[in-house]
Design a protein around this ligand. Sequence first.
Ligand SMILES: NC(=O)c1ccc[n+]([C@@H]2O[C@H](COP(=O)([O-])OP(=O)(O)OC[C@H]3O[C@@H](n4cnc5c(N)ncnc54)[C@H](O)[C@@H]3O)[C@@H](O)[C@H]2O)c1
Ligand SMILES: [Zn+2]
Length: 362
Amino acid sequence: VRRLASSGLARDYEVVVGRGTLADLGAEARRVAGGTAAVVCCDENVAPLYLEAVGESLAAAAYQVSHLVIPAGERQKSLSRAEEMYGVLYDRGVRRTDLMVALGGGVVGDLAGFVAATYQRGVRLVQVPTTLLAQVDAGIGGKVAVDFRAGKNYVGTFYQPRLVLADLDVLATLPAAELRGGAAEVAKYGLLAGGELWELAERLAAGGLTAAGVSEDLVAGCAAYKLAVVAADEREETGARAVLNLGHTIGHAVEAATAFARYSHGEAVALGLHATLRLSRELCGLEEAQEQSGHDLLDVLALPRRLDGVRPEQVCALTARDKKADAQGVAHVLLDAVGEPRPGVRVPAALELEVVTWLTER
Ligand SMILES: NC(=O)c1ccc[n+]([C@@H]2O[C@H](COP(=O)([O-])OP(=O)(O)OC[C@H]3O[C@@H](n4cnc5c(N)ncnc54)[C@H](O)[C@@H]3O)[C@@H](O)[C@H]2O)c1
Ligand SMILES: [Zn+2]
């Protein structure tokens, strides 16, 4: 088991990463969060798999356990679903000192986290991420939100959990496509951090990307990287948090240009990372061998190699409308080297188009 502690946040917390740790949830929550009642929120896919074990662990630590099961999928991240959940908490007499346990992927983490952040101005939150994406990314860092109209994560806030507990054993039931999507984010962290984390990411890919091949060191390494970035910029004010967007500027544009239908988020991020690697060689002097090892890692993970079904011009029109764009256009995060991200690089429009065009021809 790896235990990480955040430092520098308004209220620090622990991230526990291990195998079989779900059984320890009650004791861990009791130690750091206290409280009387625990409401476990999860979706309909996760409920039959892990709700019972989680409930037993919490009950054994003297929590009064109840469940809040929602349908699966991004559409649940809505104000109307949140309102319904407020009603459940109200009817159950939940207090601020009680626990909301978000058991699931990023959808449940963001939604239950948003409800926990806002109900009575904040009930205690425990994140139990069950997808690879949520374990390395969404479950860490305190961003909680619902979607609003066409805006993803448009209504939300920053709300740190009391505890994050990741059990790698639950990845065994994750659909292969979800595992691959999470692996794209792992590749992102490998490129950002370099060194040991890069090697661990390469090892995961070389082993054929299985749930059993996801190591504690890898997940803990990604989580530690994100925790450190978040501590430097808890509320996304200083710009330090921007590095986490590596591959995402073009990735988000790919998702939008293909109507969120052709590529999953992770697949779009993989395409964005390919483009980022090319741009980094052109603009930041990333060594060709490092660029190539980045492309190779993504290819070995069986993430999409080539951008299909969309004109490069459409993608480039959309990067200019990125949520994080300002008057001078979008600042990309590029790499001087693996492990050395450079945020705030203005990419000339002609070069961006050239690289996205290359992506359609790879
Ligand atoms: N808050 C943040 O910082 C942050 C960061 C990145 C992404 N996100 C958000 O995360 C969401 C995506 O998260 P996700 O990819 O985890 O999607 P998800 O929560 O929809 O989970 C993916 C699918 O896997 C199922 N599932 C989850 N765990 C399982 C398990 N152990 N076994 C079997 N099935 C399981 C779910 O029911 C779902 O069908 C998006 O809404 C995104 O905006 C948030
Ligand atoms: Zn992402």
